[in-house]
Write a protein that binds this ligand. Sequence first.
Ligand SMILES: [Zn+2]
Length: 281
Amino acid sequence: MTHEPRRSILCPNCRKLISVDEPRCPYCGIGRPGSALKNNPWTRAFQNPANLVTIVIGLNVAMYAASLLLSPGGIRLSPANPFTALSPGTESLFMLGATGTVPIDGYGRWWTLLTAAYLHGGLLHIVFNMLAFRNLSELILQEYGPYRMIVLFTLTSVCGFATSYLFGVRLTIGASAAVCGFIGAIVYYAWRRGGTYGQALLRQVGGWLIGLLIIGMMPGINNYAHGGGLLAGFALGWLLGFGERIREGLLHKSLAGACALVTALALLYAVVGGIYLRLTM
Ligand SMILES: [Zn+2]
């Protein structure tokens, strides 16, 4: 008689090592932890949150590459100005889901509020935003957790771009509204937590805020989106709660699922529509 080696998984709830056919997790007690509903690529992505950061950065890089490839006349190199080096054309950014009053009022593309965070205007723009995102995501994952990180990224970006839309910004892109959302959520956490750690965090975030103010003086920077993202991050920190107070529960998981789903649909629509427009123009 041979014994099949029992396959081990990480419990999708408590992340402890268990057997896949366990009827109930011996550590946290959830039922059927190995079932496809509870143990699938989506839940597994949250078991190692570093994967989530990689996925978000990968999506940004893919959209950036798509925006360069879809630019009429191909990739434009302008090495004279590092701020515009490897810049996609305005038309391709518009087709792939740049947001603002032009796409929303002129073309009814309200869903661009979701896609604009994944588009960038140049190499320096995407590198700076992704470094800031990766850096701040460590704190967000630690204090809020992976599900709340997805909610924060998505909703603070939408709120930031909705703010800049209300202030009449015509066409805008970039992950910086979400980066500012992360900063707002960290400010809320540091303020509520207090103590030596809270104060140290506030000083650290203060450095980021000064950097934002300096960057905000450069032409073409969407300070409305930055401000809206910052405020939304602070408010969501309060509404969603942080790890020391509230564990991530069904509400956070459902919200994260909804955010990921609408973002995926919007990006897919943008890419398919962009390719279609490019081929038919
Ligand atoms: Zn468990």
